[in-house]
Ligand binder design. Structure first.
Ligand code: CS2
Ligand code: MG
Length: 403
């Protein structure tokens, strides 16, 4: 049996910060897991290096479930994004090792392929509706069949999801949190206009998505969902903060627009009510923040009972290690919905060489044993960590609001 002999936490910053756990076994096999928590990276790095790694050395790497239970129940202090991202990194690294030892791509260990490839959605954004539509048309021409639309809000200097002119979108943008100003009234006026223009320009067959990013109250979200119904959105995402899961019942009373929630969830308990009461249509919990493959399978299995599908988070602050794991998971899980795809930069892809590929609107993880992704430690060592925070949002009167 493969015994874990070493575990290294690798912090690298090729344009943005990533934390990666690399496990070494006595017979030479290694496995990697993503541990990146945007804006709080060092908390997870320390949780792993100072508290988890000492407990891993000498353990049988094949015992994935037992190690998961040991790290979850053994911590006493359960759940939370830091804990569950650390557990996820160990879990994914162990699945990587198991696949390599079996000589099989991870999806084969999860039950094999349930589809030919994973439908993915990309991001189209712009400071104006026209710019956003132009970007969406370009992405359609690249082969994407699902496109998320985010545009600037007239009267607001900036808004979520819209890159600064000529730059890639990267929300973690300063050594201390930058502050943005928000106006729900101004926002609710522009989104229906954006979707009307997009449906007109892109036609009926492209899936159109939108991320509200936790900023509305339930009744405001109901109103937005209803206003968008004529344009048949694939989903509206994070319409309202999801701590109060029952609150989504109010949204459901006002709109049939599908709802996706969960990128900030880190365990099944965050979404159990939402799923069991069918208050959402897609669950966005992801491999890196929801306890890895082992726990995400449980969330997907519960969701399947209620016809809720997966729609895993896949922003650029989740490393290519998570992208690979998510595609193996998405290829196999029966109730797959869609996978978010924000292509990483070339310098990030060089640090994390990988087998996954995009073709004709879909992605496949490839057939390399394990995850099919690695970390070039020499390249990684050349990118020093640079503290970067996600922005903070305030209303126009200064009230602190969800970003
Ligand atoms: C967004 C993310 O991709 C999404 O749906 O919500 O860009 C999110 O803002 C970042 O991952 C936060 O780090
Ligand atoms: Mg989101």
């Amino acid at each position: 049996m493969p015994i874990i002999t070493d575990a290294r936490v690798i912090i690298t910053s090729p344009g943005r910060n990533f934390v990666t756990l690399k496990l070494h076994c006595d017979e030479g096999t290694t496995g990697i897991g993503d541990a990146t928590l945007n804006g709080r990276e060092l908390a997870v790095a320390s949780y792993l290096a100072d508290h988890v790694v000492p407990c891993l050395i000498g353990r049988d790497a094949h015992r994935i479930e037992d190690i998961w239970q040991y790290l979850y129940k053994g911590a006493y202090w359960r759940r939370g994004p830091v804990t569950m991202s650390a557990i996820a990194a160990v879990d994914v690294a162990l699945w990587d090792i198991k696949g390599k030892l079996a000589g099989l791509p991870l999806y084969q260990l999860l039950g094999g392929a349930s589809r030919e490839a994973c439908l993915v959605y990309c991001h189209a954004n712009g400071t104006t509706i026209e710019d956003t539509i132009a970007t969406a048309l370009a992405h359609r021409d690249e082969g994407y069949r699902a496109i998320r639309l985010q545009c600037g809000v007239p009267g607001l200097a900036s808004t979520y999801g819209v890159a600064k002119p000529g730059q890639r979108y990267e929300p973690a943008d300063a050594a201390l949190p930058s502050e943005a100003i928000w106006s729900t009234e101004k926002y609710l006026r522009v989104v229906p206009e954006l979707f009307a223009a997009a449906r007109e320009a892109l036609g009926p067959d492209i899936h159109l998505l939108h991320d509200v990013h936790h900023r509305l109250t339930p009744i405001e979200a109901g109103r937005l969902g209803r206003d968008l119904e004529p344009y048949r959105p694939f989903w509206i995402e994070d319409p309202t903060p999801a701590e109060q899961q029952e609150g989504f019942r109010l949204i459901r009373q006002h709109t049939t627009t599908p709802i996706a929630v969960g990128e900030v969830f880190n365990s099944i308990w965050d979404c159990k009510t939402l799923i069991e009461q069918q208050l959402i249509d897609y669950v966005r919990a992801t491999v890196v923040h929801a306890g890895g493959i082992t726990h995400l399978r449980r969330i997907a299995a519960l969701a399947d009972l209620y016809q809720v599908r997966t729609g895993c988070h896949g922003a650029t602050d989740l490393s290519p290690v998570t992208m690979a794991a998510a595609l193996h998971f998405g290829l196999s899980v029966p109730n797959f919905g869609v996978q978010e795809h924000m292509p990483h930069t070339a310098e990030t892809d060089a640090v994390f060489p990988h087998a996954y590929r995009f073709e004709d609107g879909r992605m496949h993880p490839g057939n390399a044993p394990g995850l099919g992704v690695d970390i070039d430690e020499e390249l990684a060592a050349g990118y020093d960590y640079k503290r970067a925070y996600l922005p903070v949002n305030r209303l126009e009167d200064g009230t602190l609001w969800s970003w």
